[in-house]
Write a protein that binds this ligand. Structure first.
Ligand code: ATP
Ligand code: MG
Length: 442
């Protein structure tokens, strides 16, 4: 191939980029994710919830049957494709359906209760914007086999504890509603449709379409032109069946007793079909319009809807991107979580490289919590020092030939005005421990 041909080929090749709405997590971000993930993992263990991991691809029918044909997700947001066998598959848009499918398939719901959680990527073809992506991540929690409001309260308390752990509790509001039994909801639906029909001229196009498919979702509309009409709409809360009403009252009494405040939002309906009775959302005003950080509710009918014996269930999911955005916006990520280096260890010449490698290992052996990076790749003295400065570490350890000969290292403070000093390698672990804020690194 001639050179001009080669360069033509190179320029005609467009750079391949990530898919719109799907994000790379670079190291600066991934440490924040790890911080949040660690908190969540520990929290789940404290409450006795076990993790379940399911594939990210499922048969399309699973989502159609569980989420519902006339929901936003199934109508326009799913990544659905035929695989090579011609089977219709879908990248999971949420986790509950997969969790229920797996629990049924493995007999986890037979005469027993289950408290499960999951985490991972979800996929929805939405318009990407701040806090809304096409691949995003959720942590979800689901409890099966328990019908009383005590478990609903536990899930709310679990999420509240997470907000407290993360320093977010003052930033979020709990909104609650009850959707009642399917029968009560069907009766209410008729009442609501009659009300909307009487106000047909105020309905926007989306709402007119929903009038026959999913009229409850109209209540969720953010269109200001419909606000007054919606404010006067009949309230589901006033049409609950007696059992659902009692269930809801017991839930709120437990939350009152636990000191968790909430706002009853009669228009909170959730976008998925499978909910009944309790629904809730934790919202924030700090993220603009993508203000829901956590959302859930009861889905007593779902297992049966997917072909199993009826099993009461309740759960929630939270969006990790929004959670991290919120923590970052409010500057609530502790310095220590940013995963910075404590020590940058540098051999001053090629001759001390083997000894530096061994010293690095000895220090890691002695101090398992120490964050130490070894300089690799040689270079001039100047470029080595520049790398040490750029590493962000607090201390540099310099190993030159003199130090090697006398069994010492030179200790340099990278972030404070302080004389460098030569210290013996014996006892170096203790020296580092006391220098680095006095915390124990062992
Ligand atoms: P929204 O009303 O914001 O579209 P939703 O009702 O579709 O939310 P759920 O399906 O209940 O949301 O998902 C639970 C949580 O997952 C949301 O509260 C949010 O934090 C997060 N989430 C949902 N969709 C996205 C997305 N496209 N990008 C990022 N996070 C999302
Ligand atoms: Mg949505």
């Amino acid at each position: 191939m001639s050179t001009s041909q080669a360069s033509r080929d190179a320029t005609s090749q467009k750079k391949i980029q990530a898919i719109r709405g799907m994000n790379d997590l670079l190291p600066e971000q991934s440490v924040l994710w790890q911080y949040v993930e660690r908190q969540i993992q520990a929290l789940m263990r404290r409450y006795g919830y076990a993790e379940i991991r399911t594939p990210i691809v499922e048969q399309t029918a699973l989502f159609k049957r569980s989420i519902g044909e006339v929901t936003d997700i199934v109508e326009k947001e799913m990544y659905t494709f035929d695989d090579r066998n011609g089977d219709s598959l879908t990248l999971r848009p949420e986790g509950t359906a997969s969790c229920v499918r797996a629990a049924m398939e493995h007999g986890l719901l037979h005469n027993q209760t289950q408290r499960l959680w999951y985490q991972g990527p979800m996929f929805r073809h939405e318009r990407p914007q701040k806090g809304r992506y096409r691949q995003f991540h959720q942590v979800g929690v689901e409890a099966f086999g328990l019908e009383g409001p005590d478990i609903d309260a536990e899930l709310i308390l679990l999420s509240a504890r997470l907000w407290k752990q993360l320093g977010l509790f003052d930033q979020v509001t709990l909104e609650l509603n009850s959707l009642g039994s399917p029968q009560a909801r069907a009766a209410y639906r008729d009442t609501l449709v009659r009300y909307f029909e009487a106000h047909h001229e105020v309905l926007d196009e989306d709402s007119r379409r929903r009038l026959s498919t999913n009229p409850l979702r109209i209540l969720d509309s953010k269109n200001p032109a419909m606000a007054d009409m919606l404010a006067d709409a009949p309230r589901l809360m006033d049409h609950l069946d007696a059992e659902s009403k009692a269930h809801f009252e017991r839930l709120t009494a437990m939350l009152d007793a636990a000191g968790i405040s909430y706002v009853i939002n009669p228009r909170l309906v959730r976008g998925l079909d499978y909910y009944s009775r309790t629904v809730f959302e934790w919202t924030t005003t700090a993220l603009g319009s993508q203000g829901t950080v956590c959302a859930g509710g009861r889905f007593d009918g779902l297992v049966e809807q997917l072909g199993g014996k009826p099993v009461p269930a309740v759960g929630f999911a939270m969006g990790i991107e929004r959670l991290i955005l919120l923590l970052d916006t409010l500057d609530l990520i502790p310095e220590a979580a940013r995963g910075e280096l404590d020590v940058y260890l540098l051999p001053m010449s090629d001759a001390t490289e083997p000894a530096a490698l061994l010293l690095a290992e000895r220090l890691r052996e002695a101090l398992p919590a120490l964050h130490l990076q070894l300089h690799c790749g040689g270079g001039s003295f100047k470029s080595r020092m520049k790398k040490a400065d750029r590493s962000g570490a607090r201390l540099a350890l310099l190993l030159g030939e003199d130090e090697l000969a006398e069994g010492s290292v030179t200790l340099k403070f990278l972030r404070e005005e302080r004389e460098q000093q030569r210290v013996p390698q014996t006892g170096l672990a203790d020296t580092l421990t006391s220098l680095l804020t006095g915390e124990s690194f062992a």
